[in-house]
Write a protein that binds this ligand. Sequence first.
Ligand SMILES: [Zn+2]
Length: 289
Amino acid sequence: MSTESTLRADIVEVGRRMYARGYTASNDGNISVRLGADRLLMTPKSVCKGFMTPEMMCITDLEGKKLQGERDPSSEMLMHLEVYRQRADVQAVVHAHPPTATGFAVAGIPLDRAVLAEVLTTLGSIPIAAYATPSTRELPEAVRQYIKAHDGMLLANHGALTVGGDLYSAYYKMETVEHFAKISLVARLLGRENLISRQEVERLQGLRGTYGIKAPAPICADDAAESSSDDPARCQVVQAPSSPGSRLVPDSAPPARDRAAGPAAAGEEIRLTYAELSALIEDAIRNLG
Ligand SMILES: [Zn+2]
């Protein structure tokens, strides 16, 4: 069991790393850890996470009442409290705005495709919690939808949230989320994203025990993935096509450059340059003759 002074120092160090890596700007982000059974140690409101000192931290109870500290606790405290309420196994919560992952959160694109074995074994899929006004009671509501089944999620038009069995584990998951987002972005810019087959995904899930990784929830069966109820998620939706005998499934979508040049579907808007339009008209006139 870590002592309080060690945990204070760890929060300072994790805050410094988040700021140094550009996961937060200005006073963004917040960090908390469990301090025994009924208290939390939390970053204070309105401080830059890159320049914190151990004595700045607040101690609260599990209802959010401040027990110790000169400053007020984080403005996102309600979101942290909800995570600890829903997940007895979670010891630490990290929230930041890493730019690439937050870009996916702004675009409304979840990081749920089966493309990286490491991510599938550690985090599984990374969904997007619905947009909620920061620091209001809406945000814990949005997080509740996914927190039982996920250790990492994007927050729509806001940022990312990760949790773990200790502070460094929660922080490293934030690194994984941002790293995964960067790799996904590059693959999509390159125009091709081969997927890991569902059979291989299931095999990777089975290996979690070998690596000592505790997953919050299994990957949903195909049919469960289709349901979109308001109930909190109990399993993880992963985009992994079934392809018995294959570990990788080639991207079925044509590369972006081919799509641009390929025939447009009926009713689809297309854009032409003036020269292209002129050439088409000249061609049509020639064919008339
Ligand atoms: Zn935030």
